[in-house]
Ligand binder design. Structure first.
Ligand code: N2P
Length: 353
């Protein structure tokens, strides 16, 4: 009889421990992020400091991230959606609220990037990197100096362009070329953009969002529609690379760390987010994937850590765009139901190979 009572007691205590949140701290973190975006050295350092092992799965567009989560993928702890996708995810209840008491390094973020319109009050996200979508070219290869997106339609660029594999970005550029709002929901304008994009296809050698600068560096492509960090990587290898915001206007975006709803390792996710906002992690990010940094303390640290790298960051139009560059930059917005129209056009364009 006594034996049973002791056994019951044990079970009760065990149940109580679980119920009181006596769970063990997580020792694994599942990161789902853009490819070529989070340095392995950063992940290794985080593991060395915390004992938390990081699995890094990649995607190449916001649409891929959204589709995967909407299809029910539930194992991820940290994701890096861009502005308009954050807005969609908040609307659909797909993100956990952040416990800011666990993210003291948030003070390192430049307040130009806090409290953004897509996440008022920073309730669900903190900034990771930001940047532009512009025109990159090799000035020793191009037949003439491009200043407009429209220049890319010139037959001299036949099969010599690389373009991001990203429907919203590329259709957005074509809309800008036509003088339309890049977030239009007007069906006729979108149809016109599709025709215009079909006319550009003979000039597009490849669609690549992961490493478009590779095609420029190896000479396959002479110009391209790319993100700033990729242009910065190309410029490091080849000073003849130029990156501009074309006359019709370019793009601007803000990528953010967030925790998907019901993430299995929320404690690890918050520890990771706080770590990524440290000056040391920030420098690792800028060293390897030089998009623009929203981290003031990180940039301050870079100045002393590697003065030459800091100088090239400050001097390059991709990493440190001028006010004039930014004045012509427009963000992608959530277009609601018209999203299916953009998706259909993009599928049709891509199917036309
Ligand atoms: C990195 C992708 C940058 C994300 N490969 C652009 N929002």
């Amino acid at each position: 009889m006594k034996k049973y009572r002791i056994a019951t007691l044990f079970i009760l205590v065990a149940l109580l421990l679980v119920a009181c949140g006596g769970q063990k701290a997580s020792n694994v973190l599942n990161l789902y992020a853009w490819s070529e975006y989070v340095p392995q050295g950063l992940l290794d350092d985080f593991t060395a400091q915390t004992g938390i092992k990081v699995n890094y799965d990649t995607y190449s567009s916001n649409e891929e991230l959204l589709a995967k989560l909407q299809a029910g993928a539930s194992g991820y702890d940290v994701i890096i959606p861009s502005d308009y996708t954050v807005a969609i995810m908040i609307k659909q209840g797909m993100l956990e609220e952040l416990d800011h008491s666990k993210i003291p390094n948030f003070v390192n973020i430049d307040n130009r990037f806090t409290n953004p319109d897509f996440d008022p009050g920073d309730k669900y996200t903190v900034p990771y990197q930001w940047g532009t979508t512009g025109l990159m070219y090799d000035k020793t290869k191009v037949p003439f100096e491009p200043t407009h997106w429209a220049d890319l339609w010139d037959p001299a660029f036949a099969n010599r362009l690389v373009a991001l594999d990203d429907g919203r970005e590329i259709i957005g550029v074509v809309l800008q070329t036509l003088g339309y709002d890049k977030n239009t929901v007007d069906q006729a304008q979108l149809e016109e953009a599709k025709q215009k994009l079909l006319e550009l296809k003979p000039n597009i050698r490849l669609f690549d969002s992961d490493s478009p600068h590779t095609a420029l560096l190896n000479g396959e492509a002479w110009a391209g529609i790319t993100w700033n960090g990729d242009a910065a990587l190309a410029f490091r290898e080849n000073p003849d690379i130029v990156y501009i915001c074309p006359q019709e206007g370019c793009g601007i975006w803000f990528d953010n760390l967030a925790i998907p709803k019901n993430a299995p390792h929320k404690d690890a996710a918050l520890a990771f987010i706080n770590y990524v906002l440290s000056p040391k992690a920030s420098v690792m990010i800028t060293e390897e994937f030089p998009y623009s940094s929203p981290n003031t303390a990180g940039l301050e640290y870079l100045k002393t850590y590697d003065a030459a790298l800091y100088q090239s960051y400050m001097d390059f139009s991709g990493t440190n765009p001028s006010d004039d560059f930014l004045a012509h930059a427009t963000p992608i917005r959530d277009v609601g139901d018209a999203t299916t129209l953009y998706d259909r056009i993009w599928t049709e364009i891509k199917g036309e190979e």
